[in-house]
Ligand binder design. Structure first.
Ligand SMILES: [Zn+2]
Length: 653
C-alpha cells in the first residue's frame, strides 16, 4: 500500500496548473480572448461525426490491397453538381510487395469500370468487379519490388444519397453542392483506391472538371484552373502523405476567400469555400489563435507548406479532410476540434479503427484545453465542459475507449471514443502530472517514426511511459482497453485532530476489478481548507490523518480531475458503527460493503426492515446492492454457524 498526501489550497492548485501551461501560452498574450456563448460548448460532435459515417461500414478494405504500396494517385473526375453522377479515371502508381498476378482495388459496387489502361494498352477484359472491389489481371506477373501503374476509367452513380453518404448532393440556395465524405470506408464509393489504415499515398493529384460558375475545394494546393470549353478544370495536388479516407472535394457555387494565418513567423494560407451569404469573418475567427496554441503544444502545423481551410457543407458536423475541414457550422468548438485533427488523425492516423480514440479523444480533449486555457473561448466554461464530458462518459458503464467491434458505426463514433477517451486523457494527466503529460503528447505527435503515418495505442502508451518514467500498462489495461470506470463511496470521520477517510471502490463493470488511481478530496475544517490525495491499492481502504482538527466537510474529486463516479461521500458517526464486522458506507445510497476479519465460509446475510420483516436473504458477498431498497432504517444480520451479528444501516435516496 502506498499513501501519499499533498497539501495545497484549491486556489493555489489552479494557479499551479495554469503556471505549468503558461509557457505554452506566451505567444497568445497579444490576442484578445473572444467570448463565445455557453451554447457553443460542444458535447455532441461524436453524434454529428457518427451521422457522417452511417452507411459506410459494410466492409473493410480488401485484404489483397496489402500486396502493394501506393505512392501516387492521379484522380481526374468530371461532374456537374446539378447531376449526382461521377465519371473519370484514376491512375494508381504502386510498388508490388509480392509477385502480383493481378491488382485489387477497393471500388464500390455501384460504379462501373469502362476500361483499364496498363502500359499503354487498353484492356476491356481481364477486369472483374463486385464485392466492392475491382480486379485487373496483369498480362505478365509484376514482380515484387517493381514500380508500376494502372489507370482505371469508370463512371456511375455512387451509393445512396442522404447527406451522410460518401458522395452527397444537396440543394443550397444558389444551386447544388456535391461533396464527398469518406470516413471510414467510403472512399471506394467514388474512386478506386486502397482504403486501409496501413498505407498513405506519398502524393495525390485531384482534378475535378465542373461547369463554369462552380468552384471545387479540395486537399493540398490549387495548381491552377483550366478553361475547357464551357467547363473549368480545378487541379489540386498534395505532396503530403495522405490516407484514402481524408481525400475529399466539394463542388458547387461556393463563395471563395483567402486569408493568411500568422503562426511562429510562418504565413499559412487559409482558404474559405463558403455558401452564399456565409461570413468569411465567422469562418476565420479563432482559427489563428487555435493554431498558435496547437503549434506551441504539439509542434508546427503539419501541412503548413500547403494550406488549411474550411469548406462548408450543409450538414450538422465537421470532417477533418486533410488541409481542408468540411464544416457544417462555424462554432468555436467545432473549429478547434477539426483543426486539432490535422495533428491527431491526419498527421498521425489511427492504425486501425479499434484505435480511433487516438484521433477522436485527442480532438475532443484538445477542444477542452481551449476552454481551460481561455483561448478564444471563455475559460469560465471549462468546468461546464468538464462535467458535461464526464457526464456523457458515465452513460456507458460497460464501454471501453479501445473498440473491439469495428464493424458497426455505432461502436466507433460514440461517447466512449470521444468523451470517455477525452476524460481518460484528463485523468492520465492527473495521474502523471502536467509536465509528463504534455511532454508525452508532444513526443508522440512529433515522433518521426509515426509522423505522416499511423499509430496504434501502444505507440502512445510508450511515449507517456517514457515521459512519466514508469509503466502505464495497468492504467491502459483498466482505462483504455477495459470497460467502465470506478465508482467511489467515501465515508469519513473526525474526532479531535484525527481525521479518517474510508474509500470503497466499486467498478462499474465487474471485468475490471480495481482502477488504480490517486483520489483527491477537498477538506474543510477549523482554519483548514486543503486538498488531500490518497492512493488506494484495494477496493476498500482506510486512511488516517492526525493533524486535521474539526473537519466539517469533505468534497470528493474537486474540479473533476478524475474520471470516477461519486456514489456517496458521507460522514460516519460513531453510534452507527457495527460491532463484529465493519459495514460501509452508512448511510448508503447504492451499495454496502462488508469487511469481516473472520472466515466468511458459510456466512449468510439477512436484511430486515425496521418492523422486523425479512427483506433479503443471501450468501455472503463483499458488496451488496441496496439501490432497490426504499429509504429508511434496516437491520443487517451476518450469521456464521451459531454466531450472529447485527448492525443497523440507513438507506437514503
Ligand atoms: Zn472528430
Amino acid at each position: 500500500m502506498s499513501l501519499y498526501e499533498t497539501i495545497y489550497g484549491p486556489f493555489e492548485l489552479n494557479l499551479n496548473v495554469q503556471h505549468q501551461l503558461m509557457r505554452y501560452l506566451l505567444l497568445l498574450l497579444c490576442f484578445a480572448a473572444l467570448t463565445l456563448t455557453a451554447q457553443q460548448v460542444p458535447t455532441k460532435i461524436f453524434d454529428l461525426e457518427k451521422q457522417s459515417a452511417v452507411g459506410r461500414m459494410n466492409n473493410k478494405s480488401a485484404p489483397q490491397t496489402a500486396e502493394y504500396n501506393v505512392h501516387y494517385y492521379e484522380i481526374d473526375l468530371d461532374l456537374d453538381p446539378a447531376v449526382r453522377f461521377v465519371k473519370g479515371h484514376v491512375t494508381v502508381h504502386f510498388q508490388a510487395q509480392t509477385n502480383m498476378d493481378s491488382i485489387v482495388l477497393d471500388f464500390g459496387n455501384q460504379l462501373v469500370v469502362d476500361s483499364i489502361i496498363y502500359q499503354q494498352n487498353t484492356f476491356l477484359t481481364a477486369i472483374t468487379s463486385g464485392s466492392n472491389t475491382v480486379r485487373f489481371t496483369f498480362p505478365v506477373t509484376v514482380n515484387s519490388g517493381t514500380y508500376d501503374a494502372v489507370q482505371v476509367y469508370y463512371r456511375g452513380t455512387p451509393r445512396g444519397n442522404p447527406r451522410g453518404t460518401p458522395f452527397a448532393q444537396v440543394a443550397v440556395p444558389n444551386g447544388n453542392l456535391i461533396w464527398t465524405l469518406s470516413e471510414p470506408y467510403g472512399a471506394r464509393d467514388w474512386w478506386p483506391c486502397k482504403s486501409d489504415l496501413t498505407d498513405k499515398a506519398d502524393s495525390i493529384s485531384l482534378d475535378v472538371t465542373v461547369p463554369q460558375g462552380n468552384r471545387v475545394a479540395s486537399i493540398g494546393i490549387l495548381q491552377g484552373v483550366d478553361t475547357i470549353g464551357t467547363d473549368l478544370k480545378y487541379k489540386w495536388k498534395t505532396t503530403y502523405p495522405t490516407v484514402a479516407y481524408l481525400v475529399a472535394f466539394g463542388a458547387g457555387k461556393y463563395d471563395f476567400y483567402q486569408d493568411y494565418l500568422q503562426v511562429n513567423n510562418d504565413s499559412i494560407l487559409f482558404d474559405h469555400y463558403l455558401l452564399q451569404n456565409q461570413s468569411q469573418a465567422q469562418s476565420l475567427v479563432g482559427v489563428e489563435e487555435f493554431m498558435v496554441l496547437f503549434d506551441s503544444l504539439f509542434g508546427e502545423y503539419p501541412f503548413k507548406n500547403e494550406k488549411y481551410g474550411h469548406a462548408s457543407f450543409s450538414f450538422g458536423g465537421g470532417m477533418e479532410h486533410q488541409t481542408i475541414s468540411f464544416m457544417g457550422n462555424y462554432g468555436g468548438g467545432l473549429k478547434a476540434h477539426e483543426l486539432a485533427h490535422q495533428w491527431f488523425g491526419n498527421k498521425i492516423t489511427c492504425g486501425s479503427w479499434s484505435d480511433l480514440w487516438l484521433n477522436e479523444s485527442f480532438a475532443t480533449y484538445i477542444t477542452g484545453l481551449t476552454y481551460e486555457l481561455g483561448v478564444v473561448h471563455n475559460s469560465s466554461f471549462w468546468p461546464t465542459w468538464l462535467s458535461q464530458t464526464m457526464g456523457s462518459a458515465f452513460t456507458f458503464p460497460n464501454g471501453s475507449v479501445y473498440r473491439y467491434d469495428t464493424s458497426n458505426v455505432n461502436s466507433l463514433f460514440n461517447n466512449q471514443v470521444y468523451n470517455k477517451g477525452a476524460i481518460t486523457l484528463h485523468t492520465l494527466r492527473w495521474k502523471i502530472g502536467d509536465s509528463a503529460f504534455f511532454a508525452g503528447v508532444k513526443n508522440y505527435i512529433t515522433d518521426t517514426t509515426l509522423a505522416y503515418g499511423f499509430a496504434r495505442t501502444p505507440d502512445l502508451q510508450a511515449h507517456f511511459e517514457a515521459s512519466y518514467g514508469q509503466s502505464l500498462t495497468e492504467f491502459f489495461n483498466d482505462w483504455i482497453y477495459g470497460p467502465g470506470y470506478p465508482q467511489i463511496h467515501t465515508g469519513w470521520s473526525s474526532s479531535g485532530s484525527n481525521f479518517t477517510i474510508s474509500v470503497t471502490q466499486i467498478p462499474s463493470d465487474t471485468s475490471v476489478s480495481f482502477f488504480e488511481i490517486p483520489l483527491a478530496y477537498r477538506i474543510i475544517g477549523n482554519n483548514i481548507d486543503t486538498i488531500v490525495v490518497v492512493d488506494p491499492t484495494t477496493n476498500y481502504q482506510t486512511f488516517n490523518f492526525s493533524n486535521f482538527p474539526s473537519i466539517s466537510s469533505v468534497e470528493f474529486n474537486p474540479d473533476d480531475r478524475i474520471f470516477a463516479k461519486e456514489l456517496l461521500t458521507t460522514r460516519i458517526s460513531k453510534a452507527d458503527k457495527p460491532f463484529d464486522f465493519s459495514m460501509f458506507p452508512n448511510p448508503t445510497r447504492d451499495y454496502l460493503y462488508f469487511k469481516q476479519t473472520s472466515n466468511v465460509a458459510g456466512t449468510s446475510i439477512r436484511i430486515y426492515n425496521i418492523e422486523g420483516q425479512l427483506i433479503r436473504h443471501q450468501n455472503f458477498t463483499e458488496f451488496i446492492d441496496v439501490k432497490e431498497l426504499s429509504s429508511g432504517f434496516y437491520i443487517v444480520e451476518l450469521a456464521t454457524g451459531p454466531k450472529v451479528s447485527r448492525a443497523k444501516f440507513q438507506k437514503i435516496d
